[in-house]
Design a protein around this ligand. Structure first.
Ligand code: SF4
Length: 224
């Protein structure tokens, strides 16, 4: 019997979600977290698409142009059938990347040899995970260990959001990345604009903290 996958949406081509490659993005419904800035909450209510009838044939048709797939969400690794989906894409010779909040390290471990890229969100400083993200930091830490151990290609991203991050939290994240000898860190600020929460002073303060207090721990910090 064919397994139903919880794919709610597809973007057929993107140039910004898989570093250096054009990719298609499959959005998997549901997430274990509830970030205030989430722009994909609608996924929970959308009907699942039929992978075998509608998605896979389309991906295979365009494979000579696009053979990189990002699994995003929601939290793709939250889904119980995700390993089967990764397996199926892998058997069809796609290069698979994943965007994750890092709280499902066991699924990441199980799939690590089929995944070529991990975009990992670090949402706040280790201590604040207790307060805002269901105390999931130990699991995020395990995901970092898996990325390090298996030398996976990865990008660490943090969304600039004053609900979850004070200036000191950026420094604590930088120290964490330094522990793993991670030299690159992407800070995303565009959602400030999306949610009309533009606060220029806060952005300038964050930029100053990143430049003055974080680059000694993480060499390359990119603000996008
Ligand atoms: S982890 Fe990602 S998908 Fe889940 S609520 Fe937060 S922003 Fe949304």
């Amino acid at each position: 019997m064919k397994i139903m996958y919880n794919i709610k949406k597809i973007i057929k081509s993107s140039t910004i979600d898989y570093p250096g490659e054009i990719c298609s993005i499959l959005f998997i419904g549901n997430c274990n977290l509830n970030c205030k800035y989430c722009y994909n909450t609608d996924l929970k209510t959308l009907k699942s698409l039929n992978y075998y009838e509608n998605i896979l044939p389309e991906l295979i048709n365009r494979k000579s142009f696009i053979n990189h797939i990002i699994l995003s969400g929601g939290e793709p690794l939250y889904d119980s059938n995700i390993l089967s989906l990764i397996d199926n894409l892998y058997k069809n010779y796609f290069n698979i990347g994943i965007h994750t909040n890092g709280t499902y390290p066991m699924h990441l471990l199980s799939a690590h040899n089929k995944i070529k890229f991990v975009g990992l969100d670090i949402k706040t400083s280790p201590d604040k995970y207790k307060q805002y993200f269901k105390d999931t930091f130990s699991r995020v830490y395990k995901s970092l260990q898996i990325i390090e151990k298996y030398k996976l290609n990865f990008e660490i991203r943090t969304t600039m959001d004053e609900n979850y991050l004070e200036l000191d939290d950026y420094i604590e994240i930088a120290k964490l990345l330094n522990e793993f000898k991670i030299n690159n860190w992407t800070i995303k600020k565009q959602r400030y604009f999306k949610n009309d929460k533009l606060n220029i002073k806060n952005i300038l303060d964050v930029e100053q903290t990143l430049n003055n207090n974080c680059t000694k721990y993480v060499k390359n910090i990119k603000i996008v």
